[in-house]
Design a protein around this ligand. Structure first.
Ligand code: MRU
Length: 362
């Protein structure tokens, strides 16, 4: 099974299940997993079986639809009971991970859809929820492609591009965000050298990004997280593209832990850092990066997870935030589906949302 031919997250309407590529099994096995009940969906997000901000959003949208479909049997003629149960389940799914805004963005969109159909009866509401979840998925595909088309303008044939974590196809439905310019470049016959940070502690760069780029025939080189300064010093990196989990209104960007290290080193060597950001990941309600909640994860991910025996003394304290915030002054541009925002981001991001209102691509 070639993962590039399978959508990362899908819906099986007959089985009433969310279908995901289980990313914890990659790169060694490609396993599709059906998610049906709320706990299964919650755990799949929490355990990173499905991960990456846009993919989490789509999984949550399909997830709440699947749950709503089940609830509709119990509450077939009780709209009020149905809505109450829907909101409870929505809040439950929303508690699975805190940093990626796409999770609450998609779930709120599903709740807005529900509210817009109040009074029309439970079956009509469920039908509307189905259509909305499919639209959220379809939009993701269009949006990522657009990001690739804008992003490719920032690179040229022969460039070296570095990326951190996985903001690839596996983090979205098809093209990825940070990888989309790379895939568009390949479609246009451009030859790039792509460098993937392995991305400790969960190795998204090694297990996922290098895997999907390599499978796609892209010139791919894997490096440990502490090697990118050496690479930049040798002049091998022309541009850095990363994804994001939440961009604040001033451009401060939360992304996978280590992104701010890469950006700080890049400033030293004059390499531009671009954030690939669907507008669904830009949170204008967060003024600055200080307002972004950073997920803290189990220390065992650092000490035990990839080893036969623990690789640290039992009981040692572990610092394991899943994300960090890159200050806006380290960012050369934020590539959205409506164009590229440049500093000052407080102004340019507002303009992007103005464009979004006019163009309604997403
Ligand atoms: O913990 P993860 O694997 O969900 O973190 C993912 C990232 O940090 C990605 O870079 C981000 O979600 C953007 S995905 C297009």
């Amino acid at each position: 099974m070639n993962i590039m031919e399978i959508d990362t997250v899908d819906i099986d309407l007959e089985k009433n299940a969310v279908v995901i590529i289980d990313q914890t099994k990659l790169p060694n096995e490609v396993v599709l997993k059906d998610l049906r009940d709320p706990k299964e969906i919650w755990e799949a997000i929490y355990k990173l079986e499905v991960r990456g901000a846009p993919a989490i959003g789509v999984a949550a949208a399909f997830g709440i639809y699947v749950i709503a479909q089940d609830l509709s049997e119990k509450f077939s003629s009780d709209e009020e009971g149905f809505c109450k149960a829907f909101v409870e389940q929505k809040e439950y799914l929303n508690s699975s991970r805190p940093t990626a805004v796409n999770l609450s963005w998609a779930l709120n969109r599903m709740e807005d859809c529900l509210k817009a159909h109040l009074g029309q009866g439970v079956p009509a509401m469920v039908e509307a929820l189905k259509n909305e979840s499919i639209e959220i998925r379809d939009e993701d595909i269009r949006v990522c492609k657009k990001i690739g088309e804008y992003g490719v303008e920032l690179i040229k044939d022969g460039d070296g591009v570095l990326t951190h974590c996985n903001a690839g196809k596996l983090a979205t439905i098809r093209y990825g965000t940070a990888t989309s310019p790379i895939y568009v470049a390949a479609e246009r016959g451009m030859k790039l050298r792509v460098y993937c940070d392995e991305t400790r502690p969960l190795l998204q760069g090694a297990r996922l990004t290098s895997f999907e780029l390599f499978e796609s025939g892209i010139d791919t080189t894997l490096l440990c997280d502490n090697m990118s300064a050496a690479l930049m010093k040798q002049g091998k990196v022309n541009a850095i593209f990363v994804g994001c989990d939440r961009v604040a209104a001033n451009g401060d960007t939360a992304n996978k832990i280590g992104t701010s290290v890469v950006a700080t080193v890049a400033a030293r060597y004059g390499v531009p850092v671009y954030i690939a950001a669907p507008t669904s990941t830009i949170d204008m309600n967060c003024k600055t990066g200080d307002d972004i909640i950073i997920e803290q994860r189990d220390g065992k991910e650092v000490t035990d997870m990839w080893y036969e025996k623990p690789m640290a003394p039992a009981g040692v304290k572990v610092f394991n935030p899943a994300f960090d915030v890159t200050d806006n002054e380290l960012i050369a541009g934020i590539v959205t589906e409506y164009g590229i925002a440049r500093a000052p981001y407080t102004e340019s991001l507002k303009e992007i949302f103005e464009k979004k209102k006019e163009m309604r691509l997403s």
